[in-house]
Structures are given as C-alpha cells and as structure tokens.
Design a protein around this ligand. Structure first.
Ligand code: PLP
Ligand code: COI
Length: 339
C-alpha cells in the first residue's frame, strides 16, 4: 500500500500506476487496453477539443474492514454515462465495457486504495471523448473511453462539517432545455466563474436557481440539494440538474429510515422552513449546510453550526454501506477481487 497521510489528503489529482482505455473506431468498440501513461496523443481537430464532445463519471471504491474492496453503484454510473452519450450524440458505451474497465482500473491500482476507516477513498474517473477530427459542428466518428483512479479525501475540505452556500441570479449553470441533466464537461466550464465568486466569498458552492424563472432551487455546484423538515426529505425536481446517484441512494435510505420523500419543485422561499439542508454527491457525500446566503436580496437562512440529526443518520448509514459495515440490502456494491 502507498504510504500517505490518508486523513489529510484533499480532493485532487494524483498519479496511480495504470489507466484503462478503449477505442471506438469504424463503428465498433475495441478491446480494453492498460496504459501506464498519464497522457494521450490526440488529433488537433478532435471534437472534444472544439465542440465539447466529452462526458465523464465519478464513483468511488472503499476498502472494508474485511479487506474487501467495494465499488458503490457502478451500474448506475454506467447507465448515466449512456444517457450522457445520447445527450451529446456519442456512441452509447456498453454497460459491460464500463463495468469491466472500472473493475480493471481498480484491480490494477489496489495499492492506492486508502485503508479502512481513514475517511479517504479511491475516486474513479471514467471519461469518454470524441477523438475523431471534424471542423464542421457534428459528432466525431472516433472516440476514446478511459478510466483512471486516485485516492481522495473529502471534496469540501470541511468534510462532514457544515459549510455555506451562495445564491446569485446573474449566473446560470445550464439552460432549461439544455445539457444540465447530462454529465458533460461544458456544464462545468459554464460553472467556473460563479464557483470562483462563491469561493472568494468563503462559500463552498453556488446554490443555483432554475435558469428560466429563478424561482426554484436547482442544485449546488457539483452536488444535488436536499432539505429536511417534518421527517420529510425534500429534493428538487428539475430537468436541468444532474440525476445524482448519491441523492437516489439517500432517498432510498430516507424511506428505509421511515421518512417521507418528496421530489418536486422547491421554491427559494421554502429555505426558510427547512430544519436541515445539505448538498450530496459522490465527491461531497453529504456536505451539511449551515447557512444559505441569497446575495441578491441580502437574506440569509441559517441551519445551525452542527450537522443536523437526520443528515447525520443518512450520512452514517450511507458510509456504513459503502464500507461494508452494514448489510448491502439494496445490492449497491460491487466487490472487486484482487488479480
Ligand atoms: N450534480 C452535479 C452537477 C455533479 O457534478 C454531481 C457529481 O457527480 C452531482 C450532482 C452528484 O451526483 P452523484 O451523486 O451521482 O455523484
Ligand atoms: C462527483 O461528485 O463525482 C463529481 O463529479 C463532482 C465533481 C468532482 C465534478
């Protein structure tokens, strides 16, 4: 195993030994290839470079107390990548290739998986790019799918400590009928300026409102939003947010815990009535929120400086399943055998 200060590693890139690649050429997916290079050699007119033909995923592997390695909800990430492929006209990556490539990338980099109980995990980044040259705006004929991995700590340095969110109406992350529901690079480029403003002001992320009416909550930068009140888990329904797999899992766990669940439009003013608020995603897991500041009307909503009881319960439940400490009753984990 690598020797690192596991408790203090942040969320950042680091090199692992191998990555996995698969080319799509002449209308067909080729075999999986293993590479030890961090670089790719690409045509200057590749569509990913010019017209944003790129989609990616993010998932994690965890080392259990029992020494088993579990990848969380691989199948769902594979399905979401297929939806992104459809969204920007890339050939649909077969689920089996996604699963095999992720498993292989983890197996080839076992020594980078952080030890049980240290709070870090192995982040897995699959991505698919248009590599074929085009100069007219149209889909490429050649593509490259890749999977690389790295150990990471929490996305927000605070970890499971509450942070602040910022509402601003002058920036949109995605258009109402646009690509917000796909995990494509362009959405993230579009969010950089607003994200920078938020960080400058000491906020962990932007809480975007719907870009058409600016009346409803959308999502929080790289994570979905949820609020809790009266034993009910409430999360926005919107066509321009990414369908978060963490959120989908928390919805199930909330039901398992006997909570009601509502997925619906959430008016901004409803922030007033939530007892607890959080951001959720693979990288962030649950990031509890202590304050939402609406900069345009200079109004703040406060939720206390400690994570609330329901968010804590949901977080602990989810993490226990990921670590293999609790039975995986919904069959969310894939166990990766060493080579
Ligand atoms: N929303 C956006 C924009 C994201 O980038 C992510 C991260 O993947 C999420 C939400 C959370 O999704 P998931 O829980 O599937 O990681
Ligand atoms: C994730 O949560 O996996 C993400 O992709 C968020 C961010 C790093 C883009």
């Amino acid at each position: 195993m690598e020797n690192k200060d596991w408790k203090n590693i942040g969320f950042g890139y680091s090199r692992s030994d191998y990555n996995v690649r698969c080319w799509y050429k002449n209308g067909q997916w080729g075999p999986l290839e293993i590479s030890d290079s961090e670089h790719i050699n690409m045509h200057i007119a590749a569509t990913c470079l010019h017209y944003g033909q790129e989609c990616f995923e993010g998932l994690k592997a965890f080392m259990g107390k029992d020494g088993k390695v579990r990848v969380f909800r691989m199948e769902e990430n594979a399905k979401r990548m297929q939806s992104s492929c459809d969204g920007i006209l890339m050939p649909k990556l077969p689920i089996e290739i996604f699963n095999e490539a992720v498993s292989l990338a983890v197996k080839k980099n076992m020594k980078f998986i952080p030890p049980y109980g240290c709070g870090a995990s192995l982040y897995i980044r699959p991505l698919l790019i248009g590599t074929g040259p085009e100069i007219g705006v149209k889909p490429a004929e050649e593509y490259l799918f890749m999977v690389f991995v790295m150990p990471v700590g929490p996305y927000f340095p605070e970890g499971f400590k509450p942070t602040d969110l910022l509402i601003m109406r002058e920036y949109d992350r995605a258009a109402p009928q646009g690509t917000g529901k796909y995990k494509v690079g362009g959405n993230y480029a579009a969010s950089l300026i607003a994200g920078k403003e938020a960080k400058k002001g000491g906020f962990s992320a932007v809480l975007y409102l719907d870009s058409k009416e600016k009346k409803y909550l959308d999502e929080c930068g790289p994570a979905n939003f949820f609020g809790i009140k009266n034993n009910t888990y409430v999360t926005p329904k919107s066509d321009s947010i990414l369908p978060s797999i963490t959120n989908m899992s928390l919805i199930q766990l909330a039901k398992d815990l006997g909570m009601e669940v509502e997925r619906r439009k959430v008016p901004v003013e409803e922030l007033e009535s939530f007892e607890e608020v959080g951001a959720c995603g693979t990288a962030a897991v649950i990031s509890p929120i202590k304050r939402v500041y609406d900069a345009d009307i200079d109004k703040e909503y406060n939720y206390g400086t400690e994570a609330g009881p329901m968010s804590t319960k949901l977080y602990e439940k989810l993490r226990a399943i990921q670590d293999g400490d609790e039975p995986d009753v919904h069959n969310w984990n894939t166990i990766i055998e060493s080579i």
